[in-house]
Ligand binder design. Sequence first.
Ligand code: DI6
Ligand code: FE
Length: 389
Amino acid sequence: MATMAGSGYGTIENAALLVDLENKITWLGPDKAIPVEADPEQELDCHQRWITPGLIDCHTHLVYAGNRSDEFEQRLQGISYADIARRGGGIQSTVRSTREADFEMLLDATVQRASILVGEGVTRIEIKSGYGLDLDSERRMLQVARAVSGHLPVKVHTTFLGAHALPLEFSGDPDGYIEHICTSMLPALAADGLIDAVDGFCESIGFSTMEIERLFRRAQQLNLPVKLHAEQLSNQHGAELVARYKGLSADHLEYLDEPGIRAMAAAGTVATLLPGAFYYLNETRLPPIAGLREHAVPMAIATDHNPGTSPVLSLLTCMNMGCVLFGLRPDEALAGVTRHAAKALGVDHLCGTLQPGKLAELAIWNIDQPVDLVYSIGQNPCDSTIQKG
Ligand code: DI6
Ligand code: FE
């Protein structure tokens, strides 16, 4: 068992784990040391497989309609992501398709995508809105995200990403759109209980730090935690901003600088690395891994699954990319999709490591050692997951 508690993998050989009827871990250790008074109602023999915490994909845009493979082809011909966005493609293209899609179509597509992640050991997923950009469409996206856990053994955390792009109705008026988000969309969707956290796209082709700060102030009034797409394509000092609001995470971070790292370290904000987007955009600027390590900023890894910059549906592949492209150690990659991903969702007191008192959200693997999880691409060593008992 790799408990992922403490440093390294937290390995226990020939491990056993006791779970109560509320799906809480009550004890774990070497099987020879199982307390004599334990008299389990049900036993599951994992036959020498490895057990890890269930994997957590803490940054996804799983709900959307349409297809953007044509843009992939254009990028391969040398047109940049930012240029495609300026020509009305990019996020706007997915907004058009998503607004037209009804609840059932979106739910079908989302459950299909989520089931691929779950089949690779994922037991929790964060899902963002942000392809609706009007109240009804954003609500539908969040309702779809919430409905996923009724179809699969996975827990879903919903994030409101109304500040993803400027909808055409507000063309040339970002202030008006932020105002609309703050006075209408955000409070209404929060009142519907559809928002676990608030996110934004802080970028020259997204929203400025001043605009994002207005959003964060409103989120704070509503007691909603914040996170941010920051320093992906340029350094906008978004990481410092989200750290000032004690944000859960700053995500992407290729252009993060030293003050940003220090601010995140002081605030306890997780650095969520998204190597899938780095890979698909052929980015060459690496996130400052050495600086993040030096300042002990917890690093999570997520798929950022979306139809534009990261159409990858494999968290294991992203762990491999985190190692090969970003230079993470395999144990850091596994911590990035367990302990640190749980912290990025604000649920590290509940899951992300195997420890007494935490939930028994487990992944069971056909591997010889934990490094096998990141070693190969395209093999799926997941035997099964346990979620909700
Ligand atoms: N950064 C990203 O990588 C995605 N959103 C964002 O803010 C891209 C979303 C898309 O291209 O559809
Ligand atoms: Fe994203």
